[in-house]
Write a protein that binds this ligand. Structure first.
Ligand code: BEZ
Length: 237
């Protein structure tokens, strides 16, 4: 298929977004809510506070894939803390069911789960965050991920199907990448890991880049410039 056939040149009429068009887009302030959780009632924005949040939904308590994901999040709690990120889960079950399930998670995944799990039996929050995908299920949330910064802005979203557990290496990697990008004014290439070369965004001119990156940079193409930020890297944790 030629590029011409997939890129439309006719301009769509601009449609202003209304509150009722609640599709969450990157950079939006995430909706606030109050809810019961396994650590007591919370007001979401206040609970995030000055940290970042890893908000993730599950189809249901007492299901096998979810049990491994809850266990993995708990096992990685020191990694999330080191990055200034608080995990918080959700499934459309009650706090009482969550408590019973956490015992199973701890037993089977060899962990002690300490982060909150939101109870959402009336689907209020699942609907607010569009975690229900009716072709998958009318009542059970899919595996949504929301990475939210301390300004309560949505920085990343991913949606996994019910049958496939999330990759937690990628969740930690993308948190590292977002924080490195914020702190150093760089972009990060495919499969970037901390310590790898970074990319100077095209919005930064060569003259600006010489001031910003006195260590020097490589110009592979005029639009592809790489820089080693490791000596001066700020991680913004
Ligand atoms: C699970 O978490 O194991 C699961 C949930 C819904 C459908 C399939 C698997």
């Amino acid at each position: 298929m030629s590029l011409k056939s997939v890129v439309s040149h006719s301009k769509p009429a601009f449609k202003a977004r209304k509150d009722s068009d609640m599709t969450l887009l990157l950079g939006d302030t995430v909706p606030d809510f109050t809810a019961d959780t396994t650590l007591g009632p919370i007001s979401f924005h206040d609970w995030i506070g000055e940290d970042w949040a890893f908000f993730f939904s599950h189809p249901a308590d007492f299901t096998p894939v979810c049990t491994t994901e809850m266990g993995r999040t708990s096992q990685l709690s020191a990694e999330f803390t080191a990055r200034g990120v608080k995990p918080i889960g959700l499934s459309t079950d009650t706090v009482e069911e969550h408590f019973k399930w956490i015992e199973d998670v701890n037993d089977t995944q060899n962990t002690t789960l300490r982060f909150p799990i939101v109870a959402d039996p009336d689907l209020k929050i699942a609907k607010l965050y569009e975690m229900l995908h009716p072709s998958e299920s009318e009542t059970a949330a899919v595996r949504s991920v929301f990475i939210i910064d301390s300004d309560k802005k949505l920085r990343l979203t991913m949606t996994y199907p019910m049958s496939v557990g999330r990759n937690f290496d990628e969740i930690l990697r993308v948190i590292d990448a977002l924080k490195t990008s914020d702190a150093n004014g760089v972009a990060l290439p495919a499969d970037w890991r901390p310590g790898d070369l970074a990319i100077i965004p095209p919005s930064v001119s060569d003259d600006e880049a010489k001031i910003k990156f006195p260590q020097g940079f490589d110009t592979i193409r005029s639009y592809l410039r790489t820089v080693d930020i490791t000596p001066s890297q700020k991680d913004n944790a």
